[in-house]
Design a protein around this ligand. Structure first.
Ligand code: FRU
Length: 506
């Protein structure tokens, strides 16, 4: 090689290395980048998909558009975790094809190889998803969404689409999507819970390839401010008794505007779902949890995770390299309140591994305002804050920065209501519905109020009363929040305050 060429090649190589390492240094450190929540390295994400636990690995697939930070032709992105906390992004699992984009769906472990897709004793992982044909949609047809399957024989690393797709054809319903499949042991069959416009349709199958309609549910019950999407059906233990839960996401029509997750409690007999109550219940009252469903193959544990955004503004939030993230994984349980049964959600215990030693304060007397940082030292998000008190007066937790921007999370004692107010949270101008004060009822009747706040650099998740009331909210201050104050105009005593910084997962 002559000297000039050699110099040129070396210089190009070194500058490529430098660009790469500065990219690596900046990655996951950008302004607003969630530090304890999964978000893709770059580009667009919406719903979590195909969540399955298998051979010690948590799989999280997600609606993904690798070419832009706005929604487009959908792929299934893929991330894995060994501990439900730290995530590694993997190569794209499913690409669009001649049948269309890859919309939302689920994944199961086909232990008995009912599908026959397994090989040499290796049980297949089977993904069940919606093929969305954009041409059919453009032409105004009503059957452009169909259900298909793909399988993996290498622990979810690579996926092959089934040659006989689609496996469930559209009977002429414009919104016919988001299959969530589970094994119904009592009758040895698979149950698919499918969102079909304004209701859920249940299908069953012996082999994941041939599907028969079982029943419909919900056209006359629950919230119908928008189309039903991303459902989930599973049983939870209620003191040794099985209680069935049906999750139904709806967009728009959420309790605080836009998209949100509602749930029904009842019974499922392999054919139909019968609800115990007819009132509308929200799994998360905040504006920023949507499309939430649970992992499959987790035994008695049920772990839920949602998309941390809202269709009202998901395409225009002010992030640059990536757009949107997932919530913290949450463990779901049941709780009796009076004569009724509700769902509770709590951050998974695994999250504690990010926690440094908490600062614990007892009997903190708050008159007007108490500066948390004065007792804990410099505040740098992400952090976890746990409070317990007797809710005799109003109370608020105020996150703020030096620019005077703030998010207020509070409890209104008269209305027995939690709220999160982001009207002055900084960058709010990207969409007219973003700024606002959002409310959620206190469902608990307990005399003590316990709540946990998981606060990341651009989101807060409130788990109140052991998770009976949940709220998720995002925010975009012009400089990071570095103050936490507790406010109470009438004065209140906090029995116990626990504050812990959380380590970044990246
Ligand atoms: C919900 C949803 C699903 C659909 C997917 C498309 O957010 O609209 O119903 O499968 O997103 O990306």
């Amino acid at each position: 090689m002559n000297k000039k060429i050699w110099l040129f090649t070396t210089a190009t190589f070194i500058s490529a290395l430098l660009v790469r390492s500065s990219y690596a240094q900046q990655l996951y450190k950008e302004m607003y980048r969630p530090q304890i929540h999964f978000s893709p390295k770059e580009k667009w994400t919406n719903d979590p998909n195909g969540m399955v636990y298998y051979n010690g690995t948590w799989h999280l697939f997600f609606q993904y558009y690798p070419d832009s930070t706005v929604w487009g032709p959908m792929h299934w992105g893929h991330a894995t975790s060994k501990d439900l906390v730290h995530w590694q992004q993997q190569p794209i699992a499913l690409y669009p094809d001649s049948l269309g984009y890859i919309f939302s769906g689920s994944a199961v472990v086909d232990k008995n190889n009912t599908s026959g897709l397994g090989k040499n004793g290796q049980a297949p992982l089977v993904a069940i998803f919606t093929h969305h044909d954009p041409h059919g949609e453009k032409e105004g047809r009503n059957n452009f969404q169909n259900q298909s399957i793909a399988y993996s024989l290498d622990n979810g690393k690579t996926w092959k689409k089934y040659a006989g797709n689609p496996v469930l054809k559209n009977p002429g319903i414009t919104d016919f999507r988001d299959p969530k499949v589970m094994w119904y042991e009592q009758q040895h069959k698979w149950i698919m819970t499918l969102a079909t416009k304004d209701r859920i349709t249940f299908y069953s199958s012996p082999d994941l390839k041939n599907w028969t309609k079982e029943s419909e549910f919900g056209s006359d019950v629950g919230a119908h401010g928008g189309v039903w999407e991303c459902p989930d059906l599973f049983a939870l233990d209620d003191n040794g008794k099985k209680i069935w839960v049906l999750i139904v996401n709806v967009n728009p029509g959420g309790p605080n505007g836009g998209s949100a997750t509602q749930y029904f409690i009842g019974d499922f007999d392999g054919n139909k779902f019968t609800p115990l109550y007819r009132d509308t219940r929200w799994l998360d009252y905040g504006p920023d949890e949507y499309a939430g469903i649970t992992w499959s193959n987790t035994g008695n544990r049920k772990i839920f995770l949602g998309w941390m955004s809202n269709w009202l503004y998901a395409n225009v939030v002010p992030t640059k390299t990536w757009r949107n993230a997932m919530t913290i994984p949450r463990e779901l349980k049941l709780k009796h309140v009076g004569k009724e049964i509700f769902i509770t959600q709590q951050p998974v215990a695994e999250l504690n591994t990010l926690q440094s030693k908490p600062v614990v304060l007892q009997n903190v007397k708050v008159k007007n305002s108490f500066d948390v940082g004065a007792s804990t030292g410099k505040i740098a998000l992400p952090v976890r804050l746990d409070l317990s008190l007797v809710p005799s007066k109003d109370l608020s937790v105020i996150l703020s920065n030096n620019a005077g921007e703030q998010v207020v999370i509070g409890y209104d004692n008269q209305k027995k209501e939690y709220f999160i107010d982001r009207t002055k949270s900084g960058n709010i101008s990207f969409q007219k519905d973003f700024a606002g004060r959002h409310v959620a009822p206190r469902i608990s009747r307990a005399s003590d109020l316990n709540c946990s706040l998981i606060i990341d650099v651009s989101s807060v998740e409130l788990f109140a009363d052991g998770g009976l009331t949940g709220m998720t909210e995002t925010f975009f201050p012009t400089s990071p929040f570095n103050n936490i104050r507790i406010g109470s105009a009438e004065g209140i005593v906090i029995k116990k305050l626990s504050y812990s910084p959380l380590r970044s997962i990246w």
